[in-house]
Design a protein around this ligand. Structure first.
Ligand SMILES: Cc1cc2nc3c(=O)[nH]c(=O)nc-3n(C[C@H](O)[C@H](O)[C@H](O)COP(=O)(O)OP(=O)(O)OC[C@H]3O[C@@H](n4cnc5c(N)ncnc54)[C@H](O)[C@@H]3O)c2cc1C
Length: 484
């Protein structure tokens, strides 16, 4: 058993763990970070950027949003079912955090909206290849990792932590195992746990949320994110709290992911009973889309278009695009659809008539035909009498080129929450008292959404991760000073 002794031990090197480690190092605390995989960054390597409120980047683009507006919007969105002081501490810190990241070398392409109705809070990292899109934030992770090392943080890769050391009710270190199988006992005055939730653990998803991963609930399946930190914290006496899915999307186009966008343009959505269930234009907010599907019988829905709609997109482009989707890879819509058809993609169907399509997907043909007729009437009159969906998204299904359906299931970035924390990121026990020496940050501690991710203030998850990591670092400094 290798023995180590530090001031601060950080469990995991996602954006939350890295931010906590850097903050501890800035405070001249001897810090070690243990990361399960052979690289830092976790889910953030797939993402694009962090939330910032009232930043100089926003102000320079006349896109600023002040603290009051953001805070009130968020608390209204969550019906005050979340920790106000924590949201306040996070939002208040977020502008400084954007500068803190810039000072260490992170470059931002700008502050963006996710959709028209969202605020421009999403500080998207300038990607190395210059092209804004998925994975841009991996550049931020590189800079943060190098900075942590420069400040003296010892990063132990491929060294998962498997338990916390608890003595006299205080957390005072971690137990880990390195890639050669050697056990490590790292004594620490404080520990930060930030292992990213359990979005890749079928067992925990079933046990904690009653969901069947990959069947009625999809996630991005970030490797290694299987609830290790939460299990350790619960074992150490932490209160189980606030677990949920960070719902987003989505259309299931499987290996034909290029066709996903075709079926995600606010055209007809029906449930397995053949009935419409939402204003399809609201499905452009992927949290709303996922939530609405999750509420349908069997947690399933179908997006239905016809060949003429697909052709129109092929010719004139998609009505709904965002900076997340690289549309240049979707130029050959008709070919992609044809390939999906011929290869018999299990989640995409094509038929000459709506009745045949209904048979294929197991919907009563008469009901689906009636739904399509009614929907087409709404399109003709330019007004959706059922849900008043946006008029510009009323495109009739004529059946020209046949009908297509794509299966939709609730998707999610992963889980959120698991422990209750205060605004210093101290982890609470069952009596809501902080467990001395135990801090959590990022997804494991992300209980600021209530039931749904807030796309109106985008960048909110990675923003919470980095800012809560810094808050944990600050909280630990107060704690360590109180011990001295
Ligand atoms: C496709 C995708 C795109 C996204 N885009 C955005 C975006 O643009 N903006 C935004 O705000 N949010 C985005 N998110 C969400 C964001 O990435 C997460 O909120 C954020 O990464 C959470 O940070 P974290 O540090 O808490 O956990 P993670 O980033 O999930 O990192 C967890 C880390 O813990 C490690 N680990 C697990 N168990 C152990 C253990 N036992 N010991 C040691 N290490 C362990 C893992 O290997 C991993 O490195 C996106 C997510 C996905 C999946």
């Amino acid at each position: 058993m290798r023995k180590m002794e530090v001031d601060v031990a950080v469990v995991a090197g996602g954006p939350a763990g890295l931010a906590a480690a850097i903050t501890a190092c800035e405070n001249d605390r001897k810090t070690a970070l243990f990361e399960k995989s052979n690289t830092t960054g976790g889910a953030a390597n797939m993402g694009m950027g962090v939330l910032g409120i009232d930043t100089s980047i926003q102000r320079s683009n006349f896109n600023d949003i002040d603290f009051q507006t953001a805070f009130r919007k968020h608390m209204e969105y969550t019906h005050y079912r979340v920790n106000g002081p924590l949201v306040s501490a996070y939002f208040r810190k977020s502008a400084d955090t954007v500068e803190w990241l810039q000072d260490m070398g992170v470059k931002f392409a700008g502050a963006y909206r996710y959709s028209k109705d969202s605020e421009a809070t999403w500080h998207v990292v300038q990607p190395e290849n210059g092209r804004i899109g998925p994975r841009a934030a991996s550049g931020m992770i590189k800079v943060m990792t190098n900075h942590a090392i420069e400040l003296g943080c010892e990063i132990c890769y491929e060294t998962p932590v498997y338990d916390l050391i608890v003595e006299d009710g205080k957390v005072c270190g971690v137990l880990a195992k390195d890639k050669n199988g050697e056990e490590i006992e790292c004594r620490a005055k404080a520990v930060v746990v930030a292992t990213g939730g359990f979005g890749s653990s079928a067992e925990m998803m079933k046990a904690e949320l009653g969901l069947n991963l990959g069947v009625d609930q999809m996630t991005f399946m970030v490797p290694g994110v299987v609830g290790d930190g939460l299990r350790m914290m619960w074992k150490a006496g932490a209160q189980k709290y606030g677990m949920n899915m960070e719902v987003a999307g989505g259309t299931l186009s499987g290996e034909y992911s290029s066709t996903g966008l075709v079926f995600n343009q606010a055209d007809l959505l029906v449930n397995r009973d053949g009935i419409r269930f939402m204003a399809e234009s609201d499905a452009m907010n992927s949290t709303f889309f996922g939530n609405a599907i999750a509420d349908q019988p069997g947690r399933i829905a179908y997006s239905i278009i016809d060949g003429s709609i697909a052709k129109r997109y092929q010719k004139s482009g998609y009505p709904h695009i965002s900076i997340v989707h690289d549309i240049s890879t979707h130029v050959n819509i008709m070919n992609d659809l044809k390939a999906a058809e011929e290869d018999k993609c299990p989640t995409i169907w094509h038929a000459d008539t709506i009745e045949e399509l209904a048979e294929m997907i197991g919907i009563d043909p008469d009901v689906l035909a009636d739904t399509v007729d009614e929907y087409n009437d709404f399109c003709d009159q330019g007004y959706d009498e059922l849900f008043a969906k946006d008029r510009q998204d009323l495109r009739p299904l004529t059946g020209k080129g046949g009908f297509y359906a794509c299966e939709c299931r609730p998707g999610a970035y992963g889980t959120i929450g698991g422990v209750k924390v205060n605004a210093k990121m101290q982890v609470f026990d069952k009596d809501c008292r902080p467990i001395p020496g135990l801090y959590s940050a990022g997804t494991d501690a992300n209980t600021i959404y209530g039931d749904s991710y807030n796309f109106k203030l985008p960048g909110n998850s990675m923003g919470f991760a980095v800012n809560s990591g810094r808050l944990a670092g600050d909280g630990i400094e107060d704690y360590l000073e109180s011990l001295e």
